[in-house]
Design a protein around this ligand. Structure first.
Ligand SMILES: C[S@@+](CC[C@H](N)C(=O)[O-])C[C@H]1O[C@@H](n2cnc3c(N)ncnc32)[C@H](O)[C@@H]1O
Length: 251
């Protein structure tokens, strides 16, 4: 996905269509208070969660590899927030954190086992001995069949451009590699009737509960708990989010 290109729409679209995912903020606030500073948020994006943690006066290092997403976060001028542009697979901050987290399925943007292992090993080097790592995973990535012809998702006002945007999407599943590829299209019509089309692709790798537990073991972690919702409830067959909490395996 080209997050720099999509950054203009992210907060607007999230606000419009992600009413359930929005509830994750209270979980990250709770875990951040429980496990304490220093905190590293990976794939922080434009700071949707970062800014809510900053309100609690917590010291946060926020990392992402999209300059445009980070520019939005920087523009908030949050005190206690350090912003770092880096790839989640390969960064070196020369310090350790008590709590590291990746929200909103962002870990699933790593599409190969190699990338996933590299990321978890990099994180391990930044995790304090008793530190905790938390990941929010969507277990239903491969649900449904291919929808190859674009379908209309919503039409809404886009205040920054005084325009109206209709969003269309289609997706294709790569069953062999367990990856879903979305192709999104935003048709924008401004006040003067001028049309503009923006396109974007996003791909997410399926991670089941057992797969991720095994991945943690292979990378030297122990899974401590798995929550099935943002209230730290138990995992159910229809849980839309799995929140994994892990720590480094002791020798
Ligand atoms: C769905 S957004 C999540 C933003 C924010 N955490 C939230 O929940 O609103 C995913 C973010 O992951 C970032 N990202 C994707 N691949 C990355 C990588 N390899 N390293 C660091 N950040 C990455 C993107 O730039 C984007 O900001």
């Amino acid at each position: 996905m080209n997050w720099d290109k999509y950054s203009r729409f992210y907060d607007w679209e999230f606000d419009l269509v992600c009413s359930e995912q929005k509830e994750d903020v209270k979980l990250w606030q709770k875990l951040a208070i429980q496990y304490g500073e220093p905190i590293l948020e990976i794939c922080c994006g434009s700071g949707r969660i970062t800014k809510e943690l900053a309100k609690l006066d917590l010291k946060i290092t926020a990392l992402d590899n999209s300059e445009k997403m980070l520019a939005k976060l920087r523009s908030l001028q949050l005190k206690n927030v350090e912003v770092i542009k880096a790839d989640m697979r390969d960064f070196a901050l020369n310090r350790k954190f008590n709590f590291i987290f990746i929200s909103y399925s962002s870990f699933q943007q790593l599409l190969t086992l190699e990338d996933q292992k590299q990321c978890l090993q990099t994180i391990k080097r930044h995790l304090a001995e008793d530190g905790k790592l938390a990941l929010d995973i969507s277990p239903f990535t491969l649900e449904g069949s291919n929808i190859l012809s674009r379908s209309h998702l919503f039409t809404a006002e886009y205040p920054p451009h005084h325009s109206t945007i209709s969003m269309f999407t289609s997706h294709e599943i790569d069953w062999l590699n367990g990856i879903k590829h979305w192709q999104d299209e935003y048709l924008e019509i401004d006040n003067a009737g001028e049309k503009r089309i923006w396109q974007n692709r996003i791909s997410l790798k399926h991670c089941s509960r057992d797969y991720l537990k095994l991945l943690f073991t292979v990378c030297g972690y122990e899974t401590e708990m798995i929550f099935g919702d943002f209230d730290c409830g138990e995992v159910k067959i229809n849980s839309k989010n799995l929140i994994f909490l892990a720590h480094k395996r002791k020798r």
